[in-house]
Ligand binder design. Structure first.
Ligand SMILES: O=c1[nH]cnc2c1ncn2[C@H]1C[C@H](O)[C@@H](CO)O1
Ligand SMILES: [Zn+2]
Length: 381
């Protein structure tokens, strides 16, 4: 049974976030201010409350492609070094206030060149913003949220475009700084990960880390390609791995609620296909994003979200926000939703936090230190 925890207690629990988009987490007030400063006239609303509502409602379409259209307006105002630096700094402050102790925040540098910046300048501006945010939090002055927090950047290439090799090289060039890895994102159906094999081969040969958005809007073939052709270390979402799990001879997707209930008592009753077994056996981390999945139609509801089934079957599940602006969410809210609507409690929240820290693209000794010195004392103390 879930313990009754107030929002404030969830907020204080140290949380680890592996999947959060910089351009999906801009403060609505900042979008408005940047638009005014820059003369960006295309915003669909002109006050904070209406703009927040517009993002959440427009992203609620049941389609990933339509969900992605809302990013036009955040990306539209993130075309200068100052705007990138500001949004990165505010991102760190917002995550620290949310109780996040370690985060990997991704964005696509190729989408921020319209104001004349080069790719390296985009990365430098975001890195500077992350550093500033970390320093403000560490400084602990009166306005600073509780901390400390560490934030790393992940560089994303857009899967419909053709710049992935260049972005992979950019990620490697900046890995001594804040950049911890690489990803591909954007519309999944019609744009398989194997279109970007050259980038992944380059990264593997450079001993660099990468994850791939796969198994969100497309099923098992996408996950299979991401892992077995491209060599992804983690899966962005990966929720469709449930298509490869059966209960009493039937696909679990026929009755997710029934499967979730059964998994708590009888995990041995489930049969994993070869791919699902590989993902679980190899402990491949799943970067799961419940609210985002409900919005894009990848999951029917929070109560029937496959995160419950996959966690009960001991896949390496992690809990993430994806896009805090479009989903009007936070790590605290995602945790609270799972407790209120899916029967989760502190043991599950502890497990996803430790799983995430084990799966982070940070050196082993640093991961271990956060698990031992920050996570375990807070959850076990
Ligand atoms: O959930 C998602 N799936 C695929 N692509 C996404 C998702 N959320 C954000 N993106 C895209 C839109 C952003 O502009 C881009 C880089 O952050 O990544
Ligand atoms: Zn995402």
């Amino acid at each position: 049974m879930a313990e009754a925890l107030a929002t404030e207690q969830f907020r204080r629990l140290p949380k680890v976030l592996l999947h959060d988009h910089l351009d999906g987490g801009v403060r609505p007030a900042t979008v408005l201010e940047l638009a005014r400063e820059q003369g960006y006239a295309a915003l669909p609303a002109d006050d904070v409350a209406s703009l927040s509502r517009w993002f959440a409602a427009s992203a609620d379409s049941g389609s990933l492609v339509r969900y992605l259209e809302t990013f036009t307006h955040t990306v539209g105002v993130m075309q200068t070094a100052e705007a990138l630096r500001r949004t990165a700094r505010e991102c760190v402050l917002d995550l620290a206030a949310d109780g996040v102790v370690y985060a990997e925040v991704r964005y696509a540098p190729e989408q921020h060149l319209e104001g004349g910046l080069g790719l390296d300048e985009v990365v430098a501006a975001v890195n500077a913003g992350f550093r500033e945010g970390e320093e403000v939090v560490a400084g602990g002055d009166a306005d600073a949220p509780a901390g400390p927090i560490r934030v790393r950047a992940m560089l994303t290439a857009m899967r419909h475009a053709a710049r992935s090799r260049e972005i992979a090289e950019l990620a490697v060039r900046h890995r001594a700084e804040e950049v911890c890895g690489f990803d591909i994102a954007g519309a999944e159906d019609g744009f398989p990960p194997t279109r970007h094999l050259g980038a992944f081969e380059f990264l593997r040969q450079a001993n660099a880390h990468f994850t791939i958005h796969a198994g969100e809007a497309f099923g098992l073939p996408s996950i299979w390609e991401a892992i077995q052709w491209c060599g992804a270390e983690r899966l962005g979402h990966g929720i469709r791995i449930v298509d490869d799990i059966r209960l009493d001879g039937s696909p679990v997707t026929d009755d997710l609620a029934g499967a979730i209930a059964r998994a708590q008592e009888d995990p041995g009753a489930f049969a994993l296909g070869d791919l699902a077994a590989y993902v679980r056996d190899r402990r491949i981390p799943l970067e799961m994003c419940p609210s985002s999945n409900v919005q894009t139609g990848a999951a029917p509801s929070i109560a029937e979200h496959a995160i419950r089934l996959l966690d009960a079957l001991r896949f390496r599940v992690t809990l993430n926000t994806d896009n805090r602006l479009m989903s009007a969410t936070s790590m605290t809210r995602e945790a609270e939703l799972l407790v209120d609507q899916a029967g989760w409690g502190v043991p599950e929240l502890r497990r996803v936090s430790v799983n995430a820290m084990k799966s982070a693209f940070l050196p082993f000794d640093e991961r271990l230190a956060i698990i031992e010195d920050v996570l375990k004392p807070a959850y076990d103390g």
